[in-house]
Design a binder for this molecule. Structure first.
Ligand code: KIV
Length: 287
């Protein structure tokens, strides 16, 4: 299979061939997604919630993203590796954004970066793409702005809000973004944005008409005891498997059923003989 590039994304849109993306934050999960044929792996700043256990993505730093991006890019042979620029690593100025995106590429192995925001960050997106850094946009529910939005709520619910989303999408496209994530917006709005754009849309909680879909690994794999958003489909129940396996392990250790002979190393007979001699009581020599 050939590697996926940003050109693949555009071609897939032209050919009406859906794009698949999932988050990953470490080597084994990225390796498994890549082997399974996923188009893109997103090192999402959602790691702040699903891996670090925070309630928002706000505490995630550039160093955290580089650390996780390194593991993911090391494991990935085929999929496009997109890395989130975390909170306040691109909002201050286009220069700050170029500097930090370059670190994500140079140290983290990112092949593209993702930024949250619309019209207001278009000049930054333009500066990044002029510098040769592929950019994925992200509009709708933008989790880094959770405090400004007043919670994790559906966006674009009125015709006026939908119009603003469309303007944001056009601004990002004009600035050179190669794709845009649409998060938690009504399906009808996502359909209009998708139809109007030349670049692909990747939806999460944005209905079936986007050019592609993205899910958070831990939510899709049932690898969590925490709340999973309603728009997610749980494809397997890793949490149940892990709990059951852990309980079996605990029971096996308590009953002596683990380790068994097949997990146990033994000395060679001549070494065993020497060991036995060491165990024999030492006879004290008379003085
Ligand atoms: O951080 C993330 O995982 C994301 C996806 C929800 C698109 O931005």
């Amino acid at each position: 299979m050939r590697s996926v590039t940003i050109r693949t994304f555009l071609k897939k849109k032209e050919q009406n061939d859906k794009i698949t993306m999932m988050t990953a934050y470490d080597y084994p999960s990225a390796q498994l997604l890549d082997e399974s044929g996923i188009d893109a792996i997103l090192v999402g700043d959602s790691l702040g919630m699903v891996v670090q256990g925070n309630t928002t993505t706000v505490p995630v730093t550039l160093e955290h993203m580089i650390y996780h991006a390194q593991m993911v890019s090391r494991a990935t042979q085929r999929a496009l590796v997109v890395v989130d620029m975390p909170f306040m690593t691109y909002q201050e100025s286009p220069q700050q954004a170029v500097h930090n995106a370059a670190e994500l590429m140079r140290q983290g192995g990112a092949q593209a970066v993702k930024l949250e925001g619309g019209t207001e960050i278009a000049p930054t997106v333009a500066r990044l793409t002029e510098a040769g850094i592929p950019v994925m946009g992200h509009i709708g529910l933008t989790p880094q702005s959770v405090h400004a939005l007043g919670g994790y709520t559906v966006q674009g619910r009125t015709a006026k809000a939908a119009q603003r989303l469309l303007e944001d999408a056009f601004a990002l496209q004009a600035a050179g973004a190669f794709a845009i994530v649409l998060e938690v917006i009504p399906a009808e709005v996502a359909q209009v944005v998708t139809r109007k754009l030349q670049i692909p849309t990747i939806g999460i909680g944005a209905g079936p008409d986007c050019d592609g879909q993205v899910l958070v690994f831990h939510d899709a794999m049932g690898y969590t005891s925490s709340y999973v958003p309603k728009h997610n489909r749980v494809y397997t129940q890793l949490a149940d498997s892990i709990r059951t396996a852990t309980q079996s392990y605990i029971a096996d250790v308590h009953t002596g059923n683990f380790p068994g002979q097949e997990h146990t190393l033994h000395l060679a007979p001549e070494e065993l003989e020497l060991l036995r001699r060491l165990e024999e009581p030492t006879t004290s020599t008379p003085t």
